[in-house]
Design a protein around this ligand. Structure first.
Ligand SMILES: C[S@@+](CC[C@H](N)C(=O)[O-])C[C@H]1O[C@@H](n2cnc3c(N)ncnc32)[C@H](O)[C@@H]1O
Length: 327
């Protein structure tokens, strides 16, 4: 796995150099292989002297590409809620790293006296580093505590959810976030099993579920783990807050580019870019003015990885990029 990733990392460095021009692009080997890199840079349409936000710094691949497109007056604000990401931050005066959840975008920009920015990028989900670190509890491949927190300062872990959520909450979580077909039976089984003994580790969890697994066990557990991860990190809640704040912090003509890996996430982004709201029915304000979408959609269809990228990085297979511009 490591070998594969290092190869991927070298490829990314080579690709970066191909289109971003001069300068060093040292991406930490093996941390994460950035997806849709070239497509993101094209989508952001970077203004060299502008201010850009990378909401999901991770291994810093996208950030480095942004920096390569900025001149000495440009600025990059990078967020990541995982303490592990901070060691990848380049020594570059143009970078401001904020070790926080991007749902606090506007608050931290204000704190640093930044009123408006020219572009925002978010590459959602977990990094390869998080997924491949056994102790983080994200992967079904390892035995570990059921943790799954991107931000280790947070109290709620996957084990906590399995122990404390009601049967209905568990049912809805697996149904909505994992699209698990027998979510109701799964929730019932968890409630019965936890009354016998708490479910604390990945192997304990898999053993507790062995009677309810439907179809391919690997696929089944992947869906179950995905649902838990989304819940632990409130991924959809954070995304919605980011989208709402983006309209308030972007300059006119500024772009927002979001990469999603899940159909529900993609739907949230698509609908928000199309309408500028999460409300099903758009209501006129008290003066009778019709709500106007502040965004113009740049990518009518989601941008997906080209054949070459899919071959080089299998983890890019479900990536979808959507871009919008503030009117
Ligand atoms: C897919 S990786 C990003 C990889 C990065 N674009 C690169 O090129 O290396 C996602 C990263 O975003 C972080 N992250 C996810 N959701 C976040 C949130 N709501 N706030 C802050 N960081 C978040 C994760 O900790 C992880 O490091």
């Amino acid at each position: 796995m490591r070998m594969k990733e290092q190869k991927g990392s070298k490829l990314i460095n080579a690709r970066l150099n191909q289109f971003v021009g001069q300068g060093s692009t040292d991406i930490p080997a093996g941390y994460h292989t950035s997806v849709l890199l070239k497509e993101c840079m094209e989508g952001l349409n970077i203004r060299p002297g502008g201010i850009y936000v990378d909401c999901t710094f991770g291994g810093g691949g996208h950030s480095l590409a942004i920096l390569q497109n900025l001149d000495e007056n440009g600025k990059l604000v990078a967020f990541d809620q995982d303490a592990d990401a901070e060691k990848n931050v380049p020594k570059d005066d143009r970078v401001l790293f904020i070790p926080q959840n991007f749902r606090h975008l506007q608050r931290f920009l204000r704190l640093h006296r930044i009123a408006k920015v020219d572009g925002i990028l978010a590459d959602l989900g977990v990094s390869s580093h998080q997924f491949d670190e056994a102790g983080r509890g994200f992967s079904t491949r390892f035995e570990a505590e059921l943790d799954m927190r991107m931000d280790q300062r947070q109290v709620k872990t996957a084990a906590y959810i399995l122990q404390h959520f009601t049967e209905l909450q568990l049912h809805k979580m697996f149904e909505q976030y994992g699209e698990v077909t027998n979510a109701k039976t799964l929730a019932r089984t968890i409630v019965v099993q936890r009354s016998i003994a708490p479910i604390r580790t990945i192997n304990e969890f898999k053993a507790a579920l062995h009677t309810v697994v439907k179809g391919n066990p690997q696929k089944y557990f992947a869906q179950v783990f995905q649902a838990l991860r989304i819940e632990v990190n409130d991924e959809f809640g954070a995304l919605k807050e980011l989208l709402q704040q983006s309209a308030l912090v972007l300059n006119t003509g500024g772009r927002i580019a979001i990469i999603t890996f899940h159909s529900l996430e993609d739907r949230i982004v698509k609908n928000f870019f199309r309408s500028g709201t999460f409300d099903e029915t758009v209501i006129d304000d008290i003066y009778g003015h019709r709500f106007e979408n502040p965004f113009k959609v740049v990518t009518k269809k989601p941008v997906t990885p080209a054949e070459k990228e899919l071959k080089e990085n299998s983890r890019s297979r479900s990536a979808k990029l959507r871009v919008a511009e503030l009117k």
